[in-house]
Ligand binder design. Structure first.
Ligand code: AMP
Length: 208
């Protein structure tokens, strides 16, 4: 019997760090991912396909069952919600920190802080808990530019080595959350495809 499992992967760093995990679990793309524009890829395993998506779309594909499984950053799950999804494992890959950052000695404690971020919900909750008044400037990328161009006082962004901050004259201020990639699963898939899916989930989860 065919199981037809679809695993949704987040393109970019998470994809690069997911491939060795999958290889260790015996699953490899049928063609090199870097050399193809295909978004749905066959694998060496006839029952498993890989969908290559933007992170923010991975929970949606898994929630509606278009994909059975997904690998996505915890930042995405917190920002866009993980309702209806089962978070099966912390895969311990693409680790980084969600932080506030800005220009040294430039931020004052008085008045409303302008915060540039793509993580609007997490940012609102974080500063709300601190009782700090903020205006959010929603951006989609290159957040480090915002303080330099006086569009914002601080940014909220993912930081790994800190090189991007340093290269733009910014320093990290406060850590909001440690972030890593999670294996998420469609709840109906677990029930319907248990004999095949559970061992596969186990093999991915055990490898970290
Ligand atoms: P770094 O210069 O190593 O601190 O990396 C920072 C840049 O990489 C920022 O543009 C971040 O948005 C991005 N980044 C860092 N870690 C991750 C991650 N785990 N997932 C996605 N983007 C990341």
């Amino acid at each position: 019997m065919k199981n037809n499992i679809v695993l949704a992967l987040t393109k970019g760093r998470i994809l690069r760090e997911s491939l060795p995990l999958l290889a260790d679990a015996g699953v490899e793309p049928a063609e090199p991912i870097d050399a193809t524009r295909k978004l749905l890829l066959a694998t060496n395993h006839e029952d498993i396909k890989l969908a290559i998506l933007r992170g923010a779309d991975v929970p949606t594909y898994v929630k509606y069952g278009a994909a059975d499984l997904g690998i996505v950053g915890k930042d995405v799950l917190l920002e866009y919600g993980s309702e209806g999804l089962y978070e099966a494992a912390d895969l311990g890959i693409a680790c980084c920190r969600l932080m506030t950052a800005g220009i040294p000695n430039r931020v004052s404690n008085v008045g409303t802080l302008r915060v540039a971020t793509k993580f609007v919900n997490i940012t609102r909750e974080y500063f709300g808990k601190k009782g700090k008044q903020i205006d959010i400037v929603k951006l989609y990328g290159a957040l480090e530019l915002a303080p330099l161009m006086d569009l914002a006082d601080v940014i909220v962004d993912l930081v790994d080595t800190g090189d991007t901050l340093r290269a733009n004259g910014l320093i990290p201020f406060e850590e909001i959350l440690p972030i890593s990639s999670r294996l998420i699963v469609n709840k109906a898939s677990i029930r319907q495809k248990t004999p095949f899916l559970l061992p596969f989930i186990d093999s991915l989860a055990k490898l970290n």
